[in-house]
Design a protein around this ligand. Sequence first.
Ligand SMILES: Nc1ncnc2c1ncn2[C@@H]1O[C@H](COP(=O)(O)OP(=O)(O)OP(=O)(O)O)[C@@H](O)[C@H]1O
Length: 244
Amino acid sequence: MSERAEATASTEKDSIKFHFQLQRDEFSLDVDGSFSGRGVTAIFGHSGCGKSTLLRCIAGLEKPQIAFFQVDQSVWEDSSQSTRLPTHQRPIGYVFQEASLFPHLSALKNLQYGQKRCGQSQNNDQLEQVIDLLGIENLLHRKPDRLSGGERQRVSIARALAVCPQLLLMDEPLSALDMKRKREILPFLERLHQELAIPVLYVTHSPAEVRRLADNLVVMDSGKIIASGKLTETEQYLDDSHLF
Ligand SMILES: Nc1ncnc2c1ncn2[C@@H]1O[C@H](COP(=O)(O)OP(=O)(O)OP(=O)(O)O)[C@@H](O)[C@H]1O
């Protein structure tokens, strides 16, 4: 068994459990299942199938009619018990398509803003590790408007990690970048994958990104999950993606 597969198998008991039902005018989300507690799980499906809505439910940014979300033994939301951790108390890092940095703060100050939510004593060591991992040492004193799109996104990922998240949510983090910038940033995402133990939910349209980064795959269609499992067992959905 490969190192990655072993890691996935050994933490299956820690998997992340979810159940959401959300009704909008012309769309309903109805998902029930679990994610691996380790590695990268790609959430894949055509435009409008509900990938971002699922991440927003997990982050507590939506109010589904039915909601259950549990990480390890910790229940973040259970509508049957009226339990609901507000977004700002959920230990998540969230990376969006477009870098969402404070324009008036330097990259370092943006990271320190995230770090304040971390609240652990080894804070600075962890921040240094994140800075090193994303290769942004020489960008720290620049403000966002003096960074390239790829550099800004690397700082955004670092800020998401600076909060010491238990779960990293990435919503098409490369889709606003051109091919050159994508190529520049992918190796850093691979490093994150290899060196961090934080589970990542990674929304994408790109079969190439899934193949390069993911251990597990969740395939969505019309607000439902139509396949889920290890990438090695579900990869055929990437090739058939033009069919649904
Ligand atoms: N705030 C909103 N109010 C009403 N409908 C919405 C809202 N946000 C999204 N929707 C609708 O909900 C559905 C799911 O949207 P969602 O953004 O989750 O899809 P997606 O799979 O992430 O799409 P994409 O890949 O294009 O980003 C779509 O039909 C969309 O039009």
